[in-house]
Design a protein around this ligand. Structure first.
Ligand SMILES: Nc1ncnc2c1ncn2[C@@H]1O[C@H](COP(=O)(O)OP(=O)(O)OP(=O)(O)O)[C@@H](O)[C@H]1O
Ligand SMILES: [Mg+2]
Length: 282
């Protein structure tokens, strides 16, 4: 990372110290992609909230987790689904000693504690849930819950949303919401980055297995870009699982079959992917 950013990160951490928290966790792997990481760090230092957009397994969550770790902030996760409503986000009434109190949801807790709140798959959300986020995300930086005092936002609180186009059930985000984020598009990894990623994720993998996996991934990616197959089989998560299993002793062809090829439920696509696999794994 650039030195000036490192310095500003240190200043940020000194300004907003946190007490020990089990929510400050080191991610299992470092995010690979220096430029994207720097963009995100600069935006967060500026006080912005960020929206990470990209296809499946492009590293949106691993980036969000790495950012929280770099800023040394506790993480609060919300996975949006069609039933996520404002009380899931802000909290619900509970009785404490005969009194009604608000038991804070992840957004309220992140606001209080200066956490990084990860709004996962935000485009799965109903407009109702999204509406309560407007005041949270813009310059007002507060949560106004009817019947309770306003919860002001800790100055270190940030929101990182992720969205994935094209999954079943995803919707377009409304403009008012988009305008409250800085948007970062997740790029496809180049083969050298992919090599670093596979080595880091499966440290004892054989180099030949890594080579074959990269070759296959690139082939499938090219076919998807050319529209010959869907992006369905271009799945880094499946590739990582396949590499782990072959490293563990499974026959590479089987490892690729159960983690990649068999995920194609369209017979025509299955055959095409199978043909590509045969050229790399015999
Ligand atoms: N740039 C990257 N650096 C490090 N790991 C990565 C990167 N891209 C993908 N990965 C790895 O790929 C896997 C999937 O990443 P992650 O869960 O962050 O993807 P995602 O974009 O959130 O996917 P989805 O849209 O399906 O939720 C993880 O094991 C992660 O470590
Ligand atoms: Mg994700």
């Amino acid at each position: 990372m650039r030195d000036d950013l490192k310095l500003r990160l240190e200043e940020f951490k000194a300004r907003y110290p946190v007490e020990a928290s089990e929510r400050i966790v080191k991610p299992p792997v470092a995010f690979i992609g220096e430029e994207i990481l720097e963009l995100a760090v600069s935006a967060l230092l500026q006080g912005e909230n960020i929206l990470l957009c990209g296809g499946k397994a492009t590293g949106k969550n691993i980036l969000a987790d790495n950012l929280a770790w770099l800023f040394a902030r506790p993480v609060y996760n919300v996975s949006f689904h069609v039933n996520t409503d404002s009380s899931t986000l802000i909290g619900t009434d509970t009785f404490v000693g005969g009194e009604v109190r608000l038991r804070g949801g992840p957004v309220a807790e992140a606001a209080r504690r200066g956490g990084f709140c990860i709004l996962d798959e935000i485009n799965m959300a109903k407009n109702d849930a999204v509406a309560v986020m407007h005041a949270v995300l813009d310059y007002r930086r507060l949560i106004d819950v009817p019947g309770y005092d306003c919860i002001p936002m800790h100055p270190a609180t940030r929101f990182i949303a992720t969205m994935n186009y094209g999954y079943a059930g995803t919707r377009e985000l409304n403009e008012a919401l988009i305008s409250r984020f800085t948007v970062i598009r997740m790029p496809a990894l180049q083969s050298e980055q992919l090599r670093r990623l596979l080595r880091a994720a499966v440290p004892n993998a054989a180099e030949t297995h890594i080579d074959h996996c990269i070759g296959l991934f690139m082939d499938l990616n090219e076919k998807a870009v050319n529209g010959e197959i869907s992006t369905h089989p271009v799945d880094l998560r499946g590739m990582l699982a396949a590499l782990r299993m072959m490293t563990d002793g499974m026959h590479p062809k089987d490892a690729v079959a159960i983690n990649i090829t068999n995920k194609c439920f369209d017979e025509y696509e299955y055959q095409l992917v199978q043909d590509v696999v045969m050229t790399r794994f015999v």
